[in-house]
Design a protein around this ligand. Structure first.
Ligand code: FAD
Length: 405
């Protein structure tokens, strides 16, 4: 049963498995794969810099925060666990060192590397058209640029890192036990159930990426799919597959709900050709006729918070999610922390779009997103889309693989 093809409606969502697989494979996956590689996601200092061939350095993230809960006890064995930050040569000369008109205080210093200090005023120039706004669902203050590091996601793929054992287990345990406890799903109110499913779906997706890109032979550095791991951690548990699809549809709904905002957002990188491509791909995704007809409402957020205690419940769940976001600072493996933080910010952005803006009909006028939130949202959707595709491709054939073990 666990290795079967999934059919029928995705639990608590509005579309069925077959439709999700079809729109993912035909529409969303190809668009998203192209989109996340575009230099909108790169730091860009103008066309002259682009013409120097500066590698994209796309996501800014506070990677070296103190864990508020336990002292760091990183458990990574592999070198692959560390993040390669944007290196010096990804920044043009004038942004690296203090220069005329800028005090040292206006520079961001990358971890212990004063020579790699980056001009802090950069954000206001490069992120022109984007607001500085905090996300009420996340723990980090998104408007605080101190200690932010610039990371090229393309160079730091989410995959097996060797992070395992007590440290990793403690993070997941703490998330599930303290912040989104799993009671029998039927005993949970739908809002708490949704929070649990979002985290479990993200957890499934992380496991799928580990299985997709696994170090099969350390001595020869051979990487490839680890199908038994995919089966043992995800496919064996139909509920985990359900939750992965749920999370995908939830995030997709947030993206489509923010259509007006995302369509008009400034994808300005100084290279008009790339910018037009970004805009065009975003529109292709948002207005895709197949998506709009086959799965026009991937998730119905209007059903939530309707009870008498709706507002209090929302505050409670927001606090729990913020806690989960804080726990990401305790992940003892840099690369896992990077993707953990990015994807939790992506989920936080989806929650903000769906639940933190008043007045449904005026969404586009009130919604304000940071550039980093949009990067996280699309990258998360892309990760989930990759996971759904891999699960769909391997789900039905995997029984044979397992039998041969
Ligand atoms: P875990 O995946 O650690 O699961 C712990 C327990 O949670 C399981 O025993 C089960 O009871 C429950 N559980 C498992 N899956 C689900 C689910 N989908 N829904 C509900 N409950 C579930 N490792 C890497 O190699 N690369 C990474 O990029 C990476 N990123 C990570 C990011 C974060 C935020 C964290 C906390 C860990 C990350 N890890 C990563 C570690 C990885 O997730 C596992 O913890 C590790 O591989 C050990 O796996 P495990 O078999 O002990 O089970």
């Amino acid at each position: 049963q666990s290795a079967r093809k999934y059919t029928g409606k995705v639990e608590d969502c509005c579309c069925d498995f077959e439709t999700v697989d079809a729109i993912n494979e035909e529409v969303l996956h190809p668009i998203l794969q192209d989109l996340v590689k575009l230099p909108f996601f790169s730091y860009n200092y103008g066309s002259s810099v682009l013409s120097l061939g500066v590698a994209p350095c796309i996501f800014k993230v506070k990677l070296w925060c103190d864990c508020p809960f336990w002292p760091d006890d990183g458990m990574c064995r592999l070198r692959d666990c560390s993040v390669c930050e944007c290196s010096d040569n990804e920044f043009p000369e004038q942004f690296k060192k203090p220069y005329n008109g800028l005090s040292p205080d206006s520079m961001i210093c990358q971890e212990g590397k004063p020579q790699a200090a980056v001009d802090k005023t950069l954000d206001s120039r490069v992120f022109k058209g984007w607001v500085e706004t905090d996300n009420p669902w996340t723990n980090d203050d998104e408007t605080d640029n101190a200690e932010m590091t610039y990371v090229n996601l393309q160079l730091n793929p989410e995959r097996y890192t060797g992070y395992t054992g007590a440290s990793a287990r403690r993070i997941w345990d703490s998330i599930y036990k303290e912040n989104c406890p799993k009671y029998p799903l039927e005993d949970m109110c739908q809002e708490k159930k949704a929070l649990y499913k979002l985290i479990s779906g993200l957890h499934s997706s992380i496991s799928v990426h580990i299985a997709y890109d696994y170090l099969l032979d350390e001595s020869t550095n051979l990487w490839g799919h680890n199908l038994p791991l995919l089966y043992d951690r995800v496919l064996k548990y139909p509920q985990r597959v359900q939750n992965l699809y749920f999370t995908y549809l939830f995030v997709l709904r947030a993206v489509t709900k923010a259509t007006d905002y995302l369509e008009q957002a400034e994808y300005n990188t100084g290279n008009s050709e790339d910018d037009l491509k970004t805009q065009s791909l975003v529109k292709q995704l948002l207005y895709n006729p197949k998506l709009r007809t086959a799965c026009s409402l991937p998730f119905d957020e209007a059903k939530l918070w309707q009870g008498e205690n709706g507002p209090e419940l929302k505050l409670e769940i927001q606090k729990q999610f913020r806690n989960i976001s804080a726990i990401m600072d305790c992940v003892g493996c840099e690369k896992c922390r990077l993707w953990g933080k990015l994807q939790v910010l992506g989920l936080g952005t989806a929650l903000k779009i769906l639940f933190s803006v008043d007045g449904e009909s005026h969404l586009s006028q009130q919604l304000e997103l940071q550039r980093n939130e949009v990067i996280a949202l699309f990258n998360l959707l892309n990760r989930l889309s990759e996971s759904v595709k891999f699960v769909h491709e391997k789900g039905s054939s995997i029984k044979e693989v397992i039998k041969q073990q």
